[in-house]
Design a protein. Structure first.
Length: 199
């Protein structure tokens, strides 16, 4: 009996240490995402001429969420498109937060082979499509969803004289029937630079 009790205590301690480590990692990334500089990039809102020694970087991301009232007794947060959705980007210490308005979207839930489409169904889609300017070369990027307390880090190398696109593609949580769906919430993002996934 004592042996079982000791084992249970050790397992509990191990779980607490593990969870504490994850929490520390999130807090560290969140702290690093706070803006400390203002000289890394500027947002481009019109067709201004590209200065010498500078590159354009198009930043794309999206997320689809269930409409308000989808979850029973609102056990999980749901949103209306008018509320907007926050996307956060930090490059080399400079931070920017964009609030994106959503649009209702209804798409098929199954493909032609009868498989669940991760973003299929009725919901609200939020699409980020922004352009910034910065110097070419290597950069440290933190992308986050403040509302979800989700952050991820990548390193990118931007080439001079070429268009650059950094895209974050959503990966949704897998349900009990072993399929991913936006109805289950966001799990992570895959980062792609000019169509190639960043490892």
């Amino acid at each position: 009996m004592r042996t079982r009790t000791l084992i249970s205590i050790f397992i509990g301690i191990a779980l607490l240490i593990g969870l504490g480590g994850c929490g520390s990692a999130v807090k560290q990334i969140t702290a690093e995402s706070q803006s400390m500089r203002t000289d890394v990039f500027i947002e481009v809102k019109d067709q201004q001429p590209l200065p010498e020694g500078i590159v354009d970087l198009t930043v794309k991301a999206s997320i689809k969420t269930p409409r308000k009232g989808y979850y029973l007794l609102e056990s999980r947060p749901s949103r209306e498109e008018k509320e907007g959705y926050l996307f956060e980007l930090n490059i080399d210490g400079q931070e920017i937060v964009w609030k994106v308005q959503g649009k209702p979207e209804i798409t098929p839930r199954w493909d032609e082979n009868g498989r669940i489409i991760p973003e299929g169904g009725q919901g609200i889609r939020y699409v980020l499509d922004k352009k910034i300017r910065l110097r070419p070369g290597s950069h440290h990027v933190i992308f986050g969803l403040p509302d979800e307390n989700y952050y991820t880090e990548v390193k990118v190398s931007l080439k001079k004289g070429e268009p650059n696109t950094l895209e974050f593609q959503p990966v949704y949580v897998m349900g009990r029937k072993h399929h991913r769906s936006f109805y289950h919430g966001i799990k992570s993002y895959d980062a792609l630079l000019d169509g190639t996934q960043i490892k």
